[in-house]
Design a protein around this ligand. Structure first.
Ligand code: ING
Length: 261
């Protein structure tokens, strides 16, 4: 008996530094409505889908940094998205910056969650492969300070039996490393959900946009093929305060073929 999940890759446009969470959540709700109108069971949003890609900005004041993080999920700003999901009976994947207290210590992660059709958070993933650097680098045309603002994820690469299948998650740079897919593949994953915020232009190298898009797709296609799994890769794309993020969202079949882009 075939088990079908209808998935929407909800590529997001740019989020400006001054855009409010409420405005962004309104955009996410509109995309979720569109996904529902297309009979989606699941809609996948990108990495850091509630804010601009703030790791491009050098900040020294921890209070300023923490304005980019969510302390609870759902919270006042994101509750409308959870309510709509429950009303429409649609699951979703959402990337955001997580600030959490564990063992009386504050931790900060680049996080993604999987929410089922009842609006319940059934899985959480914290980004393991943090690219970039932790100190300001004047040689770069823009900063990429994920190593400064986030800790390495401490949840591994679990898979989850839900929606009739075995689903897993990763985030952005994770997609470039074969072990990301392999660890989930060895657990029988059937569909990997991931979001990304990838600069269209290299900060150090003058890599062509074509080559960056080639790397974007070949890493996800090989991960899919080598582990016989679906891969849903979703971009936040466009010009964020004069910094351009690339698009190229895809749905890739276990054969490694891009079936939607
Ligand atoms: N962004 C980029 C990514 O892995 C990057 C960083 C770009 C690494 C280009 C290597 C080459 O897609 C995030 N947020 O990880």
């Amino acid at each position: 008996m075939s088990r079908i999940i209808t998935v929407g890759a909800a590529q997001l446009g740019p989020i400006q530094r001054n855009d409010s969470r409420a405005d962004v959540v309104e955009r996410l709700c509109e995309l979720m409505q569109k996904a529902h109108a297309r009979s989606c069971d699941l809609v996948v949003f990108p990495e850091l889908a509630l804010t601009t890609f703030f790791p491009r900005w050098y900040m020294e004041d921890q209070d300023e940094v923490d304005t980019w993080f969510e302390r609870t999920m759902p919270n006042n700003e994101t509750q409308p998205l959870f309510n709509l999901a429950t009303k429409l009976g649609i699951g979703f994947h959402l990337g955001y910056a997580e600030l959490t207290q564990e063992d009386n210590e504050t931790h900060r992660y680049n996080t993604a969650i999987l929410v089922d059709k009842t609006g319940e958070i059934i899985a959480k993933y914290r980004k393991v492969h943090l690219p970039g650097h932790s100190e300001y680098d004047s040689n770069l045309s823009y900063q990429h300070l994920e190593k400064r603002y986030f800790e390495v994820g401490n949840l591994g690469f679990p898979v989850h039996r839900t929606m009739g299948g075995i689903l897993g998650m990763c985030i952005c740079n994770d997609r470039r490393w074969p072990e990301t897919y392999r660890v989930m593949g060895l657990q029988g994953v059937e569909m990997v959900l991931l979001g990304y915020n990838t600069p269209a232009i290299g900060a150090r190298t003058a890599e062509s946009p074509h080559l960056r898009m080639f790397h974007n797709h070949i890493t996800m296609q090989s991960g899919a093929y080598q582990n016989s799994t679906w891969v849903i890769g979703v971009a936040k794309a466009g010009n964020e305060d004069d910094h351009v993020l690339m698009g190229g969202s895809v749905i890739i079949a276990p054969t490694g073929e891009i079936v939607a882009q």
